[in-house]
Design a protein around this ligand. Structure first.
Ligand code: HDE
Length: 714
């Protein structure tokens, strides 16, 4: 039926050229609200009702249901089988389509088209995720975030399955089931959900010391990002690039968000888990819908093969970073997300990544984590999706796919002709020539070694970079690490677990160990088991990634009003925020219209708030503005919830603006004994609070720009 398909007249043009992946997806996309279409069964017969099962019944009596009813049986059968196994890790995710472009070719290192052709736009789908929680858990938990990209390149799909943290808990893939079992809910009662704050996780962290560097990252503000749009992405494992001359380089992949790296405070993250468990998912979709496309700079760190042994760490060890002082990051491209999925399940849920899927010019290294990942991802798709999962629309390459694989459950492709093997007498579908036809070339690597279950010597050092990371953080970030560890260990009731872990912390920093031990009631260590080497590196503190041009774009600002508010201040600030790309939301004591000073409720239209004071909380916004108006402010002063909104936002160091009568209200709500607000002319400021008697959108906008996230007191 023609109306079934959404044959969009214009091809998808997303920012630049055509997006071939979206065009391809259109051929299987249907309009779920098409008023010309009619409900059919899956075998195409139009149905007249979907409400009543076929029964033996009359006006007077409802009799038994008949097994005969094909419509009823189909509806219930399809419902019964809606669920597929969720991902064993990274079950909860959100994703979007976009494009990848280069502003500089990496041809010195690789002949991969996606990394050399500066005219190309490669379509991508990026899936973000948490690791430990199940599919229905919350977004803002403390956890590592997945950053998995499928590049639909002209030479086949390239899956870069990364995280927002550059290192991993284990060096050898053989340990993956252990670290995940230890982190997931404990087996007896299946608690806790989506949290590392429990005995088993910290027991493993202590006993498996190679996890130390990564747990420091996870306990830092990186573990509670403000938004998927404000996280870095890392390929984590060491890959290789091979150029046209056949030379090989080792490479690590980096993505840096244009908006800077920002986090929640722990207090915010915890509260949002209850207030809006879908916060990150909605934040991503809202920004894309508003045309505020998230962007990341793409960079590579490259080590020539000849220099692979020049470092004190093994460059194949995924628990180590390559410090930027030793191996600079070269930024050569940009990733942009610009289209939300049309339907979650067939796109975000059915997308399936395989680290083993690379394209010519990109290869693996002998990184023992990557090697096992290459086995695991391919394997797991079988239990999640079945043999022919690569034929699912979201997974299908945009370039031709043809081979002699056949059959298996749910086969879609139909091959004409009588050949399903190579070589065949027709010469049909032969292998490609490497040089002329772009076939994949396996790098010929000379290997000498023993067949043994072991790793090389350098893999045995586990603490240098944990110290390097801690030392490189700002004071505020270090405090947050201590608080995070104190929270997590407070949830461990087995003294063996929290006491030993505090002892481990002395191998990172004695001061940190002492703070945490005091907080969690462990014996306070007096001696470091290892001296802190005191070294620092750049690019580890997230404050190293503040945007050069701070921006207010996509900041969510709550404007709190009540009856009698000052309409000029309200409209002036709202207009200024919208004009600068921020997202203002009006909050009132109720969601029915609120009337401005001088407006007659009988004749005026009022302003309909987006939320009432109980329906949302300050935690969900980056900044707050309260316009003046004597009656409005008198109402807000009497509302404990309104005072809490302002005070809580102040505790999280958010920008708070106020004008007129609201100035004194904000100062009173934020008052902390011993603190005073300094005054610059008409504008009074303290810790991001900007109040002025007259409307001052510019100073408020400046304050909103500077909200860094993760700096609050609470
Ligand atoms: Fe994964 N991982 N992983 N992982 N991982 C999966 O694959 C695995 C590792 C990462 O949005 C699974 O399709 C092993 C490192 C992300 O669909 C599974 C090892 C990094 C995603 C799997 C690792 C990751 C996964 C579960 C150690 C950061 C979500 C479902 C050898 C670079 C991808 C699936 C998505 C998913 C196994 C280690 C990131 C079971 C065995 C290191 C972002 O195959």
């Amino acid at each position: 039926m023609a109306s079934e398909m959404l044959h969009r007249a214009a091809a998808h043009a997303t920012g630049g050229g055509e997006n071939r992946k979206l065009n391809q997806m259109d051929t299987v996309t249907k309009d779920a609200a098409d008023t010309n279409a009619r409900i059919t069964t899956d075998y195409g017969v139009k149905q007249t009702t979907t409400d009543d099962w076929l029964k033996v019944a009359s006006e007077d009596k409802t009799g038994p249901a008949l097994l005969e009813d094909p419509f009823g049986r189909e509806k219930i059968h399809r419902f019964d089988h809606e669920r597929i196994p969720e991902r064993v890790v990274h079950a909860r995710g959100a994703g979007a389509f976009g494009r990848f472009t280069l502003f500089e070719s990496a041809q010195e290192y690789t002949n991969a088209g996606v990394l050399t052709d500066t005219k190309r736009e490669t379509p991508v789908f990026l899936r973000f995720s948490t690791v430990l929680g199940s599919r229905g858990s919350a977004d803002t938990v403390r956890d590592v975030r997945g950053f998995a990209i499928k590049f639909y390149t002209d030479e086949g799909n390239w899956d870069l399955v990364g995280n927002d943290i550059p290192v991993f808990f284990i060096q050898d893939g053989m340990k993956f089931p252990d670290i995940i079992h230890a982190g997931k809910p404990e087996p007896q009662l299946e608690v806790p959900q989506a949290q590392s704050a429990h005995n088993n996780f910290w027991d493993f962290q202590y006993l498996h010391s190679e996890a130390t560097h990564m747990f420091m990252w996870a306990m830092s503000d990186r573990g509670i990002p403000r938004s998927y749009r404000m996280m870095q992405g890392f390929g984590v494992n060491t890959f290789t690039l091979t150029n046209a001359k056949g030379e090989r380089h080792f490479v690590k992949f980096h993505f840096v968000p244009e908006l800077g790296v920002h986090s929640f405070t722990w207090d915010e993250a915890l509260k949002i888990c209850g207030q809006d468990p879908d916060f990150h998912r909605k934040d991503l979709a809202a920004a894309i819908d508003a045309g505020q496309y998230p962007k990341w700079k793409f960079g590579i760190q490259v080590i020539p093969e000849a220099k692979q042994d020049d470092f004190e760490f093994d460059i194949l060890d995924a628990t180590k970073i390559w410090p930027e002082e030793l191996v600079p990051v070269k930024y050569i491209g940009e990733l942009e997300l610009n289209k939300n999925p049309d339907e979650y399940f067939p796109q975000t849920e059915q997308i399936a990544f395989c680290t083993s899927h690379v394209v010519p010019g990109i290869g693996f290294s002998d990184d023992p984590l990557l090697q096992i990942r290459n086995f695991s991802y391919f394997d797991t798709q079988l239990s999640r999706l079945g043999t022919n999962w690569e034929e699912l629309p979201i997974n299908k390459p945009v370039c031709p796919v043809l081979n002699h694989h056949r059959d298996g459950a749910m086969r879609h492709t139909i091959h004409k002709g009588n050949v399903n093997y190579w070589p065949n007498r027709f010469g049909g579908v032969p292998p490609a020539n490497a040089e002329k036809e772009g076939g994949y070339v396996d790098y010929a690597e000379k290997l000498v070694g023993m067949k043994a279950r072991m790793r090389s010597k350098k893999f045995r050092e586990h603490f240098n970079q944990a110290q390097l990371f801690y030392n490189s953080l700002s004071k505020v970030e270090q405090n947050h690490v201590a608080n995070a560890l104190a929270f997590e260990l407070d949830h461990c009731d087995d003294p063996t677990v929290y006491e030993r872990l505090c002892e481990r912390l002395t191998e990172i920093d004695l001061g940190l160990a002492q703070t945490v031990a005091t907080m969690v009631g462990a014996p306070v260590p007096q001696k470091a088991l290892r001296e802190n080497h005191g070294k620092k590196a750049k690019g580890l503190s997230q404050f190293d990634f503040m945007p050069e041009q701070p921006t207010i774009a996509t900041r969510m600002v709550a404007i709190i009003i009540a009856d009698g508010f000052d309409p000029i201040a309200y409209a002036g600030v709202k207009g200024a925020l919208t004009g600068a790309g921020a997202m203002p939301f009006t909050i009132g004591p109720r969601r029915s219209p609120i009337f401005a000073a001088g407006e007659d409720p009988k004749t005026g239209k009022g302003v309909k708030p987006d939320h009432h004071l109980e329906g949302a909380r300050s935690t969900l916004f980056d900044a707050i503005f309260v316009p003046g108006g004597a009656d409005a402010v008198a109402t807000l002063r009497k509302s404990g919830r309104a005072v809490h909104w302002v005070r809580e936002a102040f505790g999280h160091l958010k920008a708070i603006g106020a004008t007129g009568e609201a100035v004194a209200f904000v100062h009173d709500a934020c008052a902390v004994p011993g603190m005073s607000f300094s005054s610059k002319g008409d504008v009074v400021e303290s810790y991001g609070v900007v109040t002025a008697q007259k409307v001052e959108p510019e100073s408020f906008k400046e304050a909103v720009k500077m909200v860094k996230g993760a700096t609050g007191f609470l």
